[in-house]
Design a protein around this ligand. Sequence first.
Ligand code: ASP
Length: 594
Amino acid sequence: MIFFCNFATSKLVTNMLRTHNCGELRIDNKAQEVVLCGWVHRSRNLGGMTFIDLRDRYGLTQLAFNEQVNKELCSFARTLGREYVLQVEGVVCERSSKNPKMPTGDIEIEVHNIKVLNQSKTPPFTIEDNTDGGDELRMRYRYLDLRRNILKQNLSLRHRLSILIRNYMNDSGFMEIETPFLIKSTPEGARDFVVPSRMNDGQFYALPQSPQTFKQLLMVAGYDRYFQLVRCFRDEDLRADRQPEFTQLDCEMAFVEQEDVLQMFEGLMKYLFVKEKELEFGSFPRITWDEAMRLYGSDKPDVRFGMQFVELNDAVKGANFKVFDEAELVVGVCVKNCADYTRKQLDELTEFVKRPQVGASGLVYIKVTEGEIKSSVDKFYSPQQLTSISKKFNAQTGDLILILAGEKHKTRAALSCLRLEMGTRLGLRKSDDFAPLWVVDFPLLEWDEDTQRYYAMHHPFTAPKTEDYPKLFTAPADVRANAYDLVVNGVELGGGSIRIHDRDMQNDMFKTLGFTEEEAKNQFGFLLDAFEYGAPPHGGIAFGFDRICAVFSGVDSIRDFIAFPKNNNGRDVMLDAPSNISQAQLDELNIKLK
Ligand code: ASP
């Protein structure tokens, strides 16, 4: 029901329902007649005076009602509940007690007319920065959660970044071209979401995991600089930084080599940092994949802090300490100024590394203290040996060395988790500190024990380094790719590669991946065919756009940079999707449920 409280001759007849928004009035507007629209954020009843904070996307403005000036209006104002939608008319006045924390805190509106545009039920949680609503409840009423400041800020950041990106891409000669959402399912990569086709009985479309093959076809077609801010779909288990549908900034260029792509997109990132954060960067550091794994145990290292790995095989083996003697790799980090860690703190760290997600079997420590060196392996190593180990880390008095041992890949991964944990505990991963870097020279292939075959580490269209190509059939694991990732603060923001543009090389790649000729033709025949009609050399990259937004805000989760995200079970709890469909729909699709 809409009702009207007409206490004075209304001047509310304008094309727009308001003259100003709730965030823009200042002392300079004093004495102006204004009309505002918004939601009742909160109201305070102080005897003779009633105040309402009116809220819209732009901010809050205080409305004042003086009982002595207009008793009836003041009583009416008191009846207005939280989240009612109002149109108010009044005059801008200077506040007697100003609020320096509010941009509009110098003024208030002395209201002489209110129209209730709509009523509201009491919301199930408070629309405040520190809301009392739990996750699930806020997801169910996402449109109310979206009224809160944090989400408004996140979505406006997302909007600004998308405009900046489009400007940069446009100024650099890229064309935005849309590619289809209903495509063909392929077994490579992550799991596809599939869509049944009514008109093609028993057949399915897949939703794209990325527009990879289309952007390559656009290169064949001659659109030599393409980009798209595009939704992608992957049916994977969810984590904080993953959603089943997410947005990529997808890009491709023809007639380029790796260096050209790196320069172009380093330029983009620098542009975003300058425009959004007023941060200037020199050239981004580059590190090879091998080095990243050796120094940080991760292909997306957080280099906001040092704590690089030091490998200790040579220094520790042969002292009859079985754990080290039998390990493929013994490796450690030096944590500054933590030699005073207590037994309890060290036990906690041991528990941490033993968690299944981290996977180490134990933790060895060395404490470098004034005039003394102590360790959990004193039985096996003399103080001289421990000192010489600590020198490998350049450890100083007061430092703590943490060491893990075991199978190479697992141990590196576990130490990487420990390194990040220590970085977090010591406050070295500051959210307003940004450390971008390129990781280059990824291996082309990775071996999978379960299926006993090679998989493309990036995707099957990635070109091997020219000098490594001859090893494709003799030593596939040693072939490096022209592939690169852009990493910021330990997050892979983007990844791409120079592509294969030669049919024979692409066939060789499919062969290495265990595809029969028939399978390759069946799944990627269209691309192989296109390579026979003048495919130019090309390469590109795709960025996780939601991730860029999260990293720019210094948070891990991408969920709150998406207006209507899914929960951790891939559900939209507001829509209650996915849901069953009717028998009639199933029949039409000729789908029989078990
Ligand atoms: N399509 C790739 C991906 O989604 C990115 C690229 O190679 O451009 O990871």
